[in-house]
Design a protein around this ligand. Structure first.
Ligand code: FES
Length: 107
């Protein structure tokens, strides 16, 4: 349990993921595990659209929500067609045991 009272979630080994974005279910909710493009980093992006909760899908090199077609970056979750909107996300750490962990709460 971390300082915020949340359990960190074991996502497995990096080599378990061969294609990105990778679909991940966490606490019963859908996420995408993505590469940040910085320092070999990883991030979890919520697959639930901030507009009205549609489930975003991969379309070429972006995410797209099928309900009203908002689109999102596959590296940081920023909305690319509506200013100041983004997907919720959760930090991911690669720990000394060689496994990825989702850390803390969504922000
Ligand atoms: S619910 Fe996703 S764009 Fe409206």
């Amino acid at each position: 349990m971390n300082e915020r009272g949340n359990l960190d979630a074991d996502l497995g080994k990096p080599e378990d993921y061969t294609d990105f974005p990778a679909s991940v279910e966490l606490d019963g909710a859908p996420y995408w595990l993505v590469l940040t493009g910085e320092d070999n980093g990883y991030r979890l992006l919520s697959a639930l659209c901030p507009h009205a909760g549609g489930e975003v899908r991969v379309y070429e090199n972006i995410f797209i929500c099928p309900l009203h077609y908002w689109t999102f970056s596959q590296t940081d979750g920023a909305c690319t067609n509506v200013p100041d909107e983004r997907l919720m996300q959760r930090r991911v750490e690669l720990r000394a045991d060689g496994r990825l962990y989702a850390v803390g709460a969504d922000f």
